[in-house]
Ligand binder design. Structure first.
Ligand code: ZN
Length: 244
């Protein structure tokens, strides 16, 4: 059967010519008469309608929109969208760990508590909360890790694995950081006295990340403790790559 292209189809075909193939990256894409985007490089094809839906779901993820809303907008099942979101988070988690180049230079270190009951003990030793150790390279990236305890042994093992020896460490006066001087220079900032002293000794950068992460996580209206680590890595990825 010979298909006769209408002028609008011709326009569409030329529109997709020169676009990148999502499978092989070659710019040999055209639109078929059945509404498929086809690559003459790898001969793979995909429905344009499906491609548009998938892109819309991806954009919705970056905008932190709820899965049920995205599902109803695009005529998809809730579970389909939430599974895509979950897969994206898993990918981001592994990507963050893969990127894990050792931090160097001036590094700010601090721990923070997420989740748990609103009332009750706050700060160090609060029950039911997730404890996170954060390392931030000034003018660089942030690295986070959920930890079970905040003993010197546990914190230092993460710091040792994720930073270069000879870095300059900035922490508060928490005792678990006391032996950091064996890895490099160690400055302690005393919150009771001053937030920034004359030697640029402060941990405002990592504290900025904590408030960024808490603000962004609030959009999800509560994350279970079991799922928290992947959501935390999503915040790390957003902070390092998207700033949205
Ligand atoms: Zn291709």
């Amino acid at each position: 059967m010979v298909m006769i292209k209408t002028s609008s189809q011709k326009r569409l075909t030329s529109f997709y010519l020169g676009r990148k193939c999502i499978f092989c990256g070659k710019r040999k894409v055209c639109l078929t008469s059945r509404g498929y985007v086809k690559c003459s490089g790898c001969s793979k094809q995909k429905s344009l309608k499906m491609l548009r839906k998938e892109l819309a779901v991806l954009v919705a993820f970056t905008e932190q929109r709820p899965a049920y809303q995205v599902a109803s907008e695009h005529g998809l099942h809730y579970y389909t969208v939430s599974r895509i979101f979950k897969n994206l988070r898993d990918l981001i988690y592994y990507q963050c760990e893969l990127e894990g180049k050792r931090l160097s230079g001036n590094i700010e270190i601090d721990e923070a508590y997420f989740g748990g009951k609103r009332k009750g003990k706050r700060g160090r030793g609060a029950a039911g909360k997730s404890v996170v150790l954060g390392l931030l390279e000034r003018q660089g990236k942030v690295y986070t890790r959920v930890v079970d305890t905040i003993t010197a042994e546990q914190l230092l093992s993460v710091i040792k694995a994720k930073t270069r020896k000879g870095s300059v460490f900035h922490t508060d006066t928490f005792k678990s950081y006391n032996s950091l001087h064996q890895f490099g220079k160690h400055f302690k900032v005393n919150h009771n006295q001053t937030l920034v002293d004359k030697n640029h000794n402060h941990i405002n950068g990592i504290e900025g990340f904590w408030s960024y992460a808490k603000h962004k996580l609030y959009n999800y209206r509560g994350v279970s403790k079991a799922n928290f680590p992947v959501y935390l890595k999503e915040m790390e990825y957003r902070y390092n790559h998207l700033s949205v």
